[in-house]
Design a protein around this ligand. Structure first.
Ligand code: 4HQ
Length: 237
């Protein structure tokens, strides 16, 4: 059982997206839990304000330290009450290390993960210094908020939690197993728009099918991701 906690100003966005399809079923079966905590619920400002202007000037607003810290404290207290260890706090930011499959595997071994989603121009540096353990980006482009990156990472991590995927080995078998891209796949009918399914796949010879798929994976990787192909070649010499 793995518990995801998301500190956000848009809890509905995260809860809607992460209770759909496979992850929705994983929540029902209690392989994972997903809790969104509304940072606004923790502001001490009587008008519900959570942002303010930046010292030194410049455009845009910054999320203030107080509501972020108190929302984190509430989650951390809940984890401590169960006797579990504190839980890493992942701040999603373009300034972090780029997320990758190995990072997903490492994070999937944790019992609790706390994702901190910023909005506006970001969050007051002082609260980040006090609570954040990991800064992670999903890629070099600029989004309006940290919710989508948090959802991307949670999806990639959750599918690695035992029991979430039905076919137990599909978590490993898919893309990036062996550092190769996936081979092409086909379903019925045998002919569609004059295109045949490759005959080897209909031969019933499982050894030949496996060999063909590996060959296709290697060809595809060489063609489309020469960077991954290089790593694969070096590993297999
Ligand atoms: N953000 N990978 C949140 C991103 C981002 C990314 C921009 C994070 C806006 C407020 N986060 N701030 N790319 O674009 O993680």
């Amino acid at each position: 059982m793995m518990n995801f906690h998301i500190l956000t100003l848009f809890p509905e966005m995260v809860m809607q997206g992460l209770h759909t399809s496979i992850l929705g079923r994983a929540v029902e079966r209690e392989h994972i839990s997903i809790e969104a905590v509304n940072i606004r619920d923790y502001t001490l400002d009587k008008h519900g304000k959570v942002d303010d202007y930046t010292y030194g000037g410049g455009a845009g607003m910054l999320m203030q330290a107080q509501p972020v810290f108190d929302a984190w404290q509430a989650v951390a207290d809940g984890i401590a009450a169960r006797g579990a260890s504190p839980g890493r706090v992942i701040y999603v930011t373009p300034q972090g290390k780029t997320f990758h499959q190995k990072m997903a595997q490492e994070l999937a071994a944790e019992e609790d993960l706390i994702f901190l989603c910023g909005h506006y121009e970001g969050i007051d540096e002082r609260v980040l210094e006090e609570i954040v353990t990991d800064e992670v980006s999903i890629g070099d482009y600029v989004l309006t908020g940290g919710e989508l990156p948090a959802m991307v990472m949670i999806d990639a991590i959750a599918r690695l939690v035992p029991g979430v995927l039905h076919n137990t080995d599909s978590a490993v078998t898919e893309s990036f197993y062996d550092g190769l891209l996936e081979y092409p796949q086909y379903s019925r009918p045998e002919v569609w728009h004059d295109r045949r399914v490759p005959p080897i796949l209909l031969s019933g010879d499982h050894a030949k099918v496996d060999a063909w798929r590996l060959e296709q994976s290697i060809l595809r990787t060489k063609e489309r991701r020469p960077d991954l192909y290089e790593v694969y070649c070096n590993k297999n010499l």
